[in-house]
Design a protein around this ligand. Structure first.
Ligand code: NAD
Ligand code: TYD
Length: 340
């Protein structure tokens, strides 16, 4: 396979690239990433010399850049991770979310069609369904997003599906629950709690701390995406849930306990506007049809995650100081699109 992975320098994308290189060493991977604040080349440290891997700094919203990438790389499969992904940022400023998460996806779909791509796997989220107090969302459930982030993702899902129905583009969509694990930028809940606990800083818990998320260890999501890529049916949507619902308060207390830090670090702060109370996914479809299910328990995944952050405090520090933003020049000089 000749994979074009977008957003591969982010959290899930970088985990996925490492996963694929290990599982399918013969696959060729081109990683296209704009390197926003969330894109970190250090996440893929060591891959630069691999013959089967290549990084290109480019923006999925830029049609002429993307046309050049598709034309030159002749990729047969696209996996789109590229997105603005943090709900709080989307509340402060929605525009970049609308641009990348919707218009950028439109640019990729047009290129995929023009260059005859054989599979287009779009990475979506459980947040498109909105909140559910009882029961679980299935793939045909109504979309009811609450934040500009989830609304931009829901709009993209509609656009992706329209390219299947209208043009026959062989698309697939995955909607996963909240991921956690190594290389997650410490603005997201679990790494933020770990970082603040390690530095004895207050840990902000929104509202009453009883909102529920379904947590999935990132490696399990990578396994699921790989499964959908190889066994999924074109035109289908697959939920990927960790089957592990926890309140935010429980998550913080568990992390503090593992790190032997006091619960007094917790500080209740004003709630996030439009804060979804509970996310819950049915995984019946992917379990029955593709034989996938999560393998990592929450306690095991959390232990591994905390161990990774403890072992990689240099990485954590670079995200704090902004040093990771200079790696592009250091690793790649001026290499980029023009060298294609
Ligand atoms: P992330 O923010 O860590 O990474 C996003 C990556 O996309 C970064 O490397 C960034 O530089 C890149 N990017 C952003 N705009 C771009 C553009 N215009 N052109 C090219 N690259 C661009 O995000 P993540 O947590 O790894 O999430 C990856 C995908 O998975 C997203 O589509 C997100 O919506 C989805 N998702 C995430 C979660 C989660 O818990 N993190 C859960 C469900 C779905
Ligand atoms: P987050 O990691 O932002 O993921 P999402 O909002 O996409 O689910 O947040 C996870 C949960 O943690 C969510 O209910 C909001 C809550 N939260 C806090 O209580 N405090 C924080 O500082 C952050 C970042 C999140």
């Amino acid at each position: 396979m000749k994979l074009l992975v977008t957003g591969g320098c982010g959290f899930i994308g970088s985990n996925f690239i490492r996963y694929i290189i290990k599982k399918h060493p013969s696959y060729r991977i081109v990683n296209v990433d704009k390197l926003t604040y969330a894109g970190n080349l250090e996440n893929l440290h060591g891959l630069k010399k691999k013959r089967t891997y290549r990084f290109i700094k480019a923006d999925i919203c830029n049609a002429s850049q993307m046309t050049k990438v598709f034309k030159k790389t002749k990729s047969d499969t696209v996996i789109n991770f590229a997105a603005e992904s943090h709900v709080d940022r989307s509340i402060s400023s929605a525009a970049p979310f609308i641009k990348t998460n919707f218009l950028g996806v439109g640019v990729l779909l047009n290129c995929a069609l023009e260059f005859g791509v054989k599979k287009f796997l779009h990475i979506s989220t459980d947040e498109v369904y909105g909140s559910i107090l009882r029961g679980k969302f299935k793939e045909p459930s109504r979309l009811d997003p609450s934040s500009p982030y989830s609304a931009s993702k829901a709009a993209a899902d509609g656009l992706v599906m329209s390219y299947y129905r209208t043009y026959g583009l062989p698309i697939l969509i995955t909607r996963s629950s909240n991921n956690y694990g190594p290389y997650q930028f410490p603005e997201k809940f679990i790494p933020l709690v770990i970082l603040n606990a390690l530095t004895n800083k207050k840990i902000p818990l929104y509202g009453d701390g009883l909102n529920i998320r379904d947590w999935i260890y990132v490696e399990d999501n990578c396994h699921a995406i790989d499964t959908v890529l190889h066994k999924g049916m074109p035109g289908e949507i697959y939920n990927i849930g960790g089957q592990c619902e926890r309140t935010n308060r429980f998550v913080v207390k568990t992390i503090l306990k593992i790190l032997k830090k006091p619960a007094s670090l917790i500080t209740y702060v004003q709630d996030r506007p439009g804060h979804d109370r509970r996310y819950a996914l049915s995984v019946t479809k992917i379990r029955n049809e593709l034989k996938w299910q999560p393998r990592t328990s929450f306690s095991e995944g959390l232990k591994r995650t905390i161990a990774w952050y403890l072992d990689n405090q240099g990485w954590l520090k670079n995200t704090q100081t902004g040093a990771y933003r200079t790696f592009y020049k250091k690793y790649y000089g001026s290499l980029g699109l023009k060298d294609l």
